[in-house]
Write a protein that binds this ligand. Sequence first.
Ligand code: AMP
Ligand code: ZN
Length: 470
Amino acid sequence: MKLYNTLTRTKDEFKPRFENKVSMYTCGPTVYHYAHIGNLRSYIMEDVLEKYFRYVGYDVTRVMNITDVGHLSSDGDTGDDKMLKGAKREHKTVMEIAKFYTDAFFADCAKLNIKTPEVVEPATSCIDEFIRVISSLIEKGYAYEAGGNIYFDTSKLDKYYVFNDFTEEDLAVGVREGVEEDSNKKNKADFVLWFTKSKFDDQELKWDSPWGVGYPGWHIECSCISMKNLGEYLDIHCGGIDNAFPHHTNEIAQSEAYLGHEWCNYWFHVHHLNTTGGKMSKSKGEFLTVSLLEEKGYNPLVYRFFCLQSHYRKSLVFSYENLDNAAVAYNKLAAKVATLFDNSAVDKAAFVSLKAGFTEAMDNDLNTALAVTAVYDVLKADTTNATKLALIEDFDKVLGIGLVDAAKKLAESNSGAGDDIPEEITKLIEERKEARKAKNFALADEIRDKIAEMGYVITETREGTKVTKK
Ligand code: AMP
Ligand code: ZN
């Protein structure tokens, strides 16, 4: 499997350090507000990557942090703390905000078929770990105290700009854009590991430390949470492309300074989802969330499908017109899949050869757009319906767009369409479905009998529940 690695700037053969075990780290959300669908594009593509690793047989352990402290308005350690801003906006405590938006994030993920990582760790539960690593960095001469804060000294490294794209000049541009320079820093690129002083509002959450009462910087969180849970070698680190600098660059600097050796082999970055007006934002324009899409009548899995139709290393423009096109394509696919339910048998040879089209696409730097084409190829192929269905179910372990479920629902709603089923009966069928879901089979049987008394017969088929007049 080849994956583009931001560190080497090439498509590299992916090889985990220990045989078939993959350690994977993902920068989690800053839980001061709902995630926008741009944030979720990153999590969808990372989910596809994780699922593909599993699909090809790797044993994956994935860790994600929850940033509930230390992420300032600017990624370069300046501005208000995002969490504090959220708390003020909603007249709540920081921890209330963190709890609410962490739950909201995972609810959105569930709707998008994004699996929850094995380990999810909020930054506020790892303060001792941060203090331990920062103390060691000071001891080793990689960090210094100035004006009450602890900074990482980037001049101590042979190479700080590991991703190459960024230079001191880029940083200077940042400064010119109105961000006041922190005069405590020895070098422009130095960053804060521990704050005890900020010229902005005082922090709500603070902890005792050898350097005074304060709170951690954002970058140290990810290094420590990764090392704590995945050890001193990491196979792959993921995030949105905006995180490459300064966040991931700083993570590498401090992790390798602390460990004394190379840390992470592969860096996977998802490019941005933009609006037609430019960068997606939580404060400007329409705040695009999964709930908003649902309110407008979109199935969240259509958004997942929309993301999969483009390569993760290309920026993607969101518009309702584009999403509508994805919805039309998705529904057509579901309708085609709905015609596949029959009693045919799987043709093993055809299965293997059609599966190759899918894995070839995915092995080439996770080309999900071509993997979606492989779904169309299956539907067009000259083989049995059972083979097609089995392949679509198989691909969905990775794609997660739920085509078979959507097809079943479609078949169910179509069943009995010509029979003119009275509303009363349809209602009872719904009630029976709920009863079965809740495993209340006695009630389900009672409802079936009632339906029979009213002159209708229910039969369970592969396509779902069918109702016919007696
Ligand atoms: P945050 O909650 O701001 O820490 O961001 C969560 C994740 O979303 C990070 O991996 C970001 O790099 C990523 N991200 C932010 N904006 C976008 C966007 N417009 N498109 C895709 N990913 C994004
Ligand atoms: Zn991170």
